[in-house]
Design a protein around this ligand. Structure first.
Ligand code: NAD
Length: 496
């Protein structure tokens, strides 16, 4: 059974609880894992607190912390097949997608390894002859790391690698639906030589196992990736003990397509942007905002191609996309589509569970397109987190930008046009954390990831993603100390 990892020791949950993990593609039993309660998490926080306060990791030289991350990267590559298989069984996604994730995760550890090793302070010009001023970085402290189920180990890596690199200690709580790669990661951290107590793992339900991470005063920072509603709860909880908060939340990402864009390239990118991983991607291009004059030919082709995307399980030959994560999530997506139709959207394809008996044991939902949507519809504003594309049209550039920015979220967006000036202008005016020009989806660990508006607080990846796990300290040294003379009256006659 998959266990908790606390203070360098693997153990069952104190109350003995456990949870079965089943593959969403076919319901097969993948494994059983311990189910923590708040007491387990409090114990893990205690271990992380002690490990931080005694300096066993925070005082280790940055070069050594970086070297450990590079060793972890090597181990991740060594165990890539095992990790990819575990990720696939937990999520139902294709093995090839999990393999790509594992390569990205390795690169993430490598990048933060190099950054951590080269992290040093800087001298600041004071303009005062007898003073030296230095700015240094120190770890934030104990971090509560809470991650979702769509890219389980990837989202975890984006937090664990910088936390370790910066010298923090942490308690990780992965999604209760997809725990297995987090368990393997802890094994690899142990093998790479991370001291006991620095990295701790609790498994289980959000509010129960994860609750103390945003309320316990011994936690200095909570870094969360997940839904907006949960993010608001954690932010409110964290206020009571003034924790640092980093939030990566949802998105309702616009794909702005001008009529002069290359047709085949645009259609292909729109399909990938929304239907990759069955839409369970925070940066999915869920809102097509297309120039009215190109609407018919683009949407007709999208509908035709979307219907031919092959659904299936990880072991089915020819599978192009997998299931949704759970029965509850599929019901949420179904309700979302029904709401769109009730609001007047035109259902062009999908919208019903597949009848193929091959798919009967999984939570499959087909690529779905809701056409002729307008900004007043809830489906245009709410995140479905499923394979559902809404289509709106625009008449000119200002109109396109207005529609694209008319969202409480601001995670990512794309613009497609043959005109470079058009692309640059739209990219400059989009209020989103990532903008792709004539492309959709790529990211690199060196570039920051995160959202404007309700898509989050702070950044992951990049230098800013490292700085989230650091406190900045200014050290001023007076090299020729002497009296200030500020209160001359009080000093008159003194010493006589
Ligand atoms: P979720 O908010 O339901 O759960 C996320 C994590 O929070 C899970 O581990 C869950 O157990 C935990 N949790 C839930 N309630 C909690 C509580 N009260 N205290 C502590 N922990 C709690 O989200 P989800 O359904 O797992 O993930 C989907 C969401 O994640 C989508 O909205 C998606 O957009 C978002 N997401 C965002 C990014 C990004 O980079 N911005 C990346 C991936 C996913």
């Amino acid at each position: 059974m998959g266990q908790l990892y606390i203070d360098g020791t693997w153990s069952d949950a104190a109350e003995g609880g456990s949870r079965e993990i089943r593959c969403p593609a076919d319901g097969r039993l993948v494994g059983e894992v311990s189910e923590a309660t708040a007491g387990d998490t409090e114990r893990a926080i205690g271990a992380a607190r002690t490990a931080f306060d005694d300096g066993r990791w925070s005082t280790v030289a940055p070069a050594e912390r970086g070297a450990l991350l590079l060793r972890v990267a090597d181990l991740l590559q060594r165990d890539k097949d095992r990790l990819a298989r575990a990720e696939t069984l937990d999520t139902g996604k294709r093995v090839v997608e999990s393999e790509i994730d594992m390569d990205d995760i390795t690169n993430c550890f490598r990048w933060f390894g190099h950054l951590a090793a080269s992290d040093d302070g800087r001298l600041v010009e004071t303009g005062v002859p007898n003073a030296r001023s230095k700015v240094v970085h120190e770890p934030v402290g104990v971090c509560g790391l809470i991650t979702p189920w769509n890219y389980p180990l990837l989202q975890t890596a984006w937090k664990v690698a910088p936390a370790i690199g910066a010298g923090c200690t942490f308690v990780l709580k992965p999604s209760e639906l997809t725990p297995h790669t987090a368990i393997i990661l802890m094994e690899l951290l142990e093998e790479a030589g991370l001291p006991s107590g620095v990295g701790n793992l609790v498994l289980g339900a959000g509010a129960t196992a994860g609750g103390p991470l945003s309320t316990d005063p011994r936690v200095d920072m909570v870094s969360f990736t997940g839904g907006l509603a949960t993010g608001k709860i954690l932010m409110a909880n964290a206020a009571a003990t003034v924790k640092k908060v980093a939030l990566e939340l949802g998105g309702k990402n616009p794909f702005v397509c001008f009529a002069d864009a290359d047709h085949d390239t645009a259609v292909d990118n729109i399909l990938t942007g929304i239907f990759l991983h069955s839409g369970q991607v925070c940066s999915a291009g869920a809102r097509l905002v297309v120039e009215e004059s190109a609407h018919d030919r683009i949407v007709d082709d999208l509908v035709e191609r979307a219907q031919r995307i092959v659904l299936g399980g990880p072991d089915d030959a020819g599978t192009e996309t997998g299931p949704l994560i759970s029965a509850a999530h599929r019901e949420k997506v179904e309700a979302y589509v029904a709401q769109g139709v009730a609001e007047g959207a035109v259902l062009r394809c999908g919208g019903e569970r597949p009848t193929d008996p091959r798919l009967a044991d999984g939570f499959y939902y087909p690529p779905t397109i809701l056409d002729r949507c307008t900004q007043d519809m809830s489906v245009v504003h709410d995140e479905s987190f499923g394979p559902v594309l809404t289509v709106e049209t625009f008449t000119d550039l200002d109109d396109a930008v207005r529609i694209a920015n008319d969202t409480e979220y601001g995670l990512a967006g794309a613009v497609f046009s043959a005109d470079h000036g058009t692309c640059e202008e739209v990219a400059g005016r989009l209020r989103h954390g990532t903008v792709w020009i004539n492309d959709f989806g790529p990211y690199v660990p060196a570039a920051e990831w995160g959202g404007f508006g309700h898509s989050g607080v702070g950044r992951e990846l990049g230098r800013a993603g490292f700085a989230e796990y650091q406190e900045t300290k200014h050290i001023w040294t007076n090299t020729r100390p002497g009296p200030t003379g500020w209160f001359p009256s009080s000093t008159t006659g003194s010493g006589s």
